[in-house]
Design a protein around this ligand. Structure first.
Ligand code: AMP
Length: 303
């Protein structure tokens, strides 16, 4: 391991094993899985991870298994040197950056994690196979790193719920922490895919959050009918002609079932295209109730 608490980079399983042995000998380890093209949302997860464990490991792997055939796997932004600098600046101890051969030595794995019916809703309805790919790579990362804690962002709400269920249902020995969404000043949720946005699209993109905020405001004023909240959302979104709605739903925070009546802590989840870039976002309705995906450790569930 690099001396003095500096950042090491492991690209192979062997190097990972060596670095892990050294880190484990001096304490607990937290894993922050990412696909790279890092931004403040990812770095916030590293900061939280440092509070939970002695050493933070960041994985960087653009996982082909979670992209559909017509999705942006090839175009997905990659900037490894910049990522390593950012991770080093935040005090993580190890970057695990396997290539596809290291991660999937048998090409596509014959055995994969079945995410079940929770993956058929929301984003999963439009991205068949996506969550199977996500859970499979996350399960592999857990197997390789065996972290004490693993951190995920609530921006990918359905993903966070599914990972929580996988850990619970398959008795994986790792504590999941889910962090609130980190946003630009104008409300746009940070995302590596925001790099795709043209200046005009970038100007329109916060409209998705505005629409969620408008629905949340209506809920706080006493409206509980999901249809009314969704009408308010649609009305606000339609002011931004560059935004094309894919779905919006009011759902239960853990079962993800569609609700006709919202309650405190229900979630409105939505996806919209801005040009050809797909944006997702969500809001926990009401009085900033504790984050249901991370009841014990949420730092206030602010959106
Ligand atoms: P990705 O690299 O997009 O796969 O994201 C890696 C992790 O960072 C996932 O757990 C995401 O939910 C999380 N993440 C992405 N964007 C944000 C954000 N704006 N705020 C908080 N977490 C985020």
């Amino acid at each position: 391991m690099t001396p003095g608490g500096a950042l090491a980079v492991a690209r192979s399983r062997e190097a990972l094993g060596r670095e892990l042995a050294a880190l484990r000998s001096s304490g607990s380890v937290a894993l922050v899985p990412t696909m790279g093209a890092l931004h403040e949302g990812h770095l916030f997860l590293i900061d939280r991870a440092k509070e939970l464990c002695d050493a933070v490991i960041v994985s960087i792997f653009v996982n082909p298994l979670q992209f559909g055939p017509n999705e942006d796997f090839r175009a997905y932004p990659r900037d490894f040197d910049r990522d390593v600098q950012l991770v080093a600046g935040r005090g993580a101890r190890l970057v695990f950056a396997p290539d596809e051969q290291v991660m999937y030595p048998h090409s596509s794995p014959a055995v994969q994690v079945d995410p079940g019916s929770l993956a058929e809703r929301l984003c999963g309805a439009f991205r068949p196979g996506h969550f199977r790919g996500v859970l499979t790579v996350v399960a592999k990362l857990f197997g390789l790193v065996r972290p004490d804690h693993a951190l995920f962002g609530r921006k990918d709400y359905q993903q966070a719920v599914l990972i929580g269920r996988m850990v619970e249902d398959l008795d994986m020995n790792v504590v999941i922490d889910v962090a609130p969404v980190v946003r630009e000043e104008d409300g746009l949720a940070l995302s590596s895919r925001n790099l795709y946005l043209s200046p005009d699209e970038r100007a329109a993109a916060p409209g998705l959050w505005r629409a969620l905020e408008a629905a949340d405001k209506l809920f706080r004023a006493g409206e509980v009918r999901a249809s009314s909240l969704i009408d308010r959302f649609r009305e606000t979104l339609s002011r931004h002609e560059r935004l094309r709605l894919q779905y919006v739903e009011v759902v239960h925070p853990t079962s993800l079932e569609s609700l006709s009546e919202a309650a405190d802590g229900s979630v409105i989840a939505a996806a919209a295209f801005c040009g050809s870039t797909r944006l997702i976002d969500n809001v926990l309705l009401g009085a900033r109730s504790p984050d249901p995906t991370a009841p014990a450790k949420s730092h206030g569930a602010g959106a």
